[in-house]
Design a protein around this ligand. Structure first.
Ligand code: MG
Ligand code: MG
Ligand code: MG
Length: 306
């Protein structure tokens, strides 16, 4: 039976590149596996696949009765709607443990590193499988993206070593310059509808029974938002009003200044203020040093909601 390898909904580069790199490894060790995606490619992922001449995975969002490998999450809310009806053969992830369970033993590669592709690199080493140059290239890009070119507090020595090794295989001399080029692509927001930007890298979290949505836009220069910030603020308020979310947060991250502006639409703004120990002014706050949703935003919010 062919297994599908899939990342989370609203796929980022780690989810897309990880599905491809893990499926390649599985085939190399004699298991049939096909990478699939859970949504449209973001501009950064499209740029990466184009650079290394790799086709985007097929869109497939229903998995009842199928066998799957999960990459880059273990929260049911971030997966396909019928995931409970699929057989999860394995999980490769670098987030907090979510609420997925299985009825049979599974292969689990979960580590506190900066990127799922760092773990997949370790899997290639473990199975002694050679990584082709184009696969190494996309794995390198995913790690540079997730670790914000090593600036994120989620980045570890293992991630840096993995990038150095992958860059060598891919034939990229200056991987940092390559990373900046990638983030410049990511920073292009002009002409994109506000809702599309809010949802570009958006995750829902169940926080003590309350649904909290958190989006993040990473740029090399926050001034790109000057002309559209009011629209983004209006849109997160609208998004909250449309659904059953208690709060919607949007992080506008400046990877050069190394901090994020937090935009908030919440039923209880005081709770958000308590989480970050900072006053919201006009539903906004500057969070100095905050680059990582996973490590610096979700944990304090979960604590405040508990
Ligand atoms: Mg991800
Ligand atoms: Mg990731
Ligand atoms: Mg990210």
């Amino acid at each position: 039976m062919t297994a599908y390898v899939l990342g989370h909904k609203i796929p980022d580069s780690d989810s897309i590149c990880g599905a491809i790199s893990l499926a390649y490894l599985k085939n190399a060790i004699g298991e049939q596996a096909v990478p699939v995606r859970q949504g449209e490619l973001n501009p950064e992922s499209a740029f990466i696949l184009d650079k290394f001449g790799i086709e985007a995975p097929e869109l497939k969002t229903a998995f009842a009765g199928e066998e799957v490998y999960i990459v880059d999450y273990s929260d049911l809310a971030q997966g396909p709607d019928d995931l409970r009806q699929a057989t999860i053969l394995g999980i490769v992830d670098h987030h907090k443990l979510g609420d997925m369970t299985t009825s049979a033993p599974l292969e689990c590669w979960i580590r506190p590193v900066g990127c799922s592709n760092t773990i997949i690199k370790e899997m290639y080493d473990y199975y002694n499988v050679e990584i082709p140059a184009h696969i190494a290239g996309i794995m390198m890009c995913a790690i540079l993206s997730d670790t914000v070119i090593f600036k994120s507090p989620t980045c570890t020595e293992i991630d840096i070593k993995a990038v150095e090794a992958l860059a060598k295989i891919a034939g990229i001399d200056d991987y940092k310059a390559f990373g900046v080029e990638m983030f410049k692509v990511k920073s292009q927001v002009e002409g994109t509808p506000a809702r599309e930007l809010v949802m570009r890298d958006f995750k829902d979290f169940d926080m003590s029974g309350k649904l909290v949505g958190i989006g993040q836009l990473e740029t090399v220069d926050l001034s790109v938002f000057d002309s559209i910030k009011a629209e983004l603020e209006a849109d997160i308020a609208k998004l909250k009003a449309e659904g059953n979310r208690h709060s919607v947060c949007l992080l506008l991250t400046d990877i050069m200044k190394e901090g994020s502006e937090l935009l908030v639409a919440s039923d209880d703004p005081a709770l958000i203020e308590a989480a970050f120990a900072s006053k919201l002014s006009d539903n906004k706050a500057w969070l100095e040093g905050v680059l990582s949703r996973k490590k610096q935003v979700v944990p304090p919010l979960e604590k405040a909601f508990a």
